[in-house]
Design a protein around this ligand. Structure first.
Ligand code: AMP
Ligand code: MN
Ligand code: MN
Ligand code: MN
Length: 283
């Protein structure tokens, strides 16, 4: 049972536990003692999670997972230790949440063209908020209607890039996300680098190099969203570019495919960790 988890979602985006429930679950069911909440494109859950973590007496890192575009793919940049009240962060993320909502309307129109009606309403029943709809909410709606058997099938048939109901979102470049995280006094971490399916290896190398050049500080070397075999390559990036290492489950819900909080595994020894950059550990 791992005691650290620096990448998790709540109902503020596409997770299924409320921020305070997630904290209690982490502490009482999973033994997590240091955690970050990193919802997609929002800090709406951070204050509630921080209060719950203070009550439980654990270390809480305010975070976010920002959507960006690079080489025709969606790349996620995690911000850790951010000030959740930072004005520009709030302005930009509020705009991103409404972009998610207009994308959802367009996705529902694509479903209607495919003869599947009412998908916006159905997807919204899976979102605790009125805003910040995710493709995962649509996947749940498809499963509920029996149109697909599981999440993977929903993405393979309808929601993945280029699939029948896919609608792109106008996410900015990686450099803008890094800059925004820095303005909000956080450190920037490349999320689950092993999950991006580039055609050629050099494209991932170029992504990591570009991330470093614009001031990015960390990389998830252990992630519930990538294979354990990828850790060696991620550690090579950490060494080559002097990036600090991070670890997180990418937990969304108990019924999901990701490990439970903390169960992704520990940070490797012998590397500078993001916790050190955050002033929370010696190494
Ligand atoms: P969005 O951020 O709204 O574009 O939706 C992407 C989210 O869907 C991810 O953050 C995951 O939580 C979830 N997801 C689940 N399975 C997949 C998959 N096979 N491909 C992409 N996203 C997935
Ligand atoms: Mn998600
Ligand atoms: Mn992600
Ligand atoms: Mn995530």
């Amino acid at each position: 049972m791992g005691t650290l988890d620096l990448h998790m979602h709540s109902t503020a985006s596409d997770g299924s536990l409320a921020p305070d429930e997630l904290v209690r679950f982490c502490v009482h069911e999973c033994g997590v003692r240091t955690m970050a909440l990193t919802d997609h494109d929002t800090v709406a859950g951070v204050e509630e999670a921080a209060r719950a973590a203070a009550r439980e007496g654990i270390v809480f890192v305010p975070g976010i997972e920002i959507s960006t575009r690079y080489a025709g793919k969606t790349i996620h940049i995690v911000g850790l230790g951010i000030n959740p009240h930072h004005e520009e962060l709030l302005t930009v993320t509020t705009r991103m949440c409404s972009e998610r909502d207009s994308r959802a309307v367009r996705m529902a129109a694509r479903f209607a063209e495919l003869g599947i009606d009412g998908m916006l309403e159905e997807a919204m029943t899976f979102s605790a908020r009125e805003s910040n709809l995710s493709r995962l909410h649509f996947a749940k709606a498809l499963m509920k209607r029996g149109i697909v058997k599981n999440q993977q099938e929903a993405f393979d048939k309808f929601l993945g890039e280029g699939k029948a109901a896919y609608v792109g979102a106008p996410w900015g470049p990686v450099s803008s996300a890094v800059e925004l995280i820095h303005k909000a006094r956080g450190i920037a971490v490349i999320a689950h680098p092993g999950r991006y399916k580039f055609d050629a290896d050099w494209q991932l190398d170029a992504l990591v190099e570009g991330f470093r050049e614009c001031g990015g500080e960390g990389i998830e070397v252990v992630s519930g969203s990538q294979s354990p075999e990828f850790t060696e390559r991620a550690l090579r990036y950490a060494r080559t570019y002097g990036l600090a290492v991070s670890a997180g489950s990418d937990f969304h819900s108990l019924s999901g495919t990701r490990p439970r909080p903390g169960a992704q595994g520990e940070l490797p020894q012998g590397y500078t960790s993001v916790l050190k950059l955050l002033g929370l550990a010696k190494a």
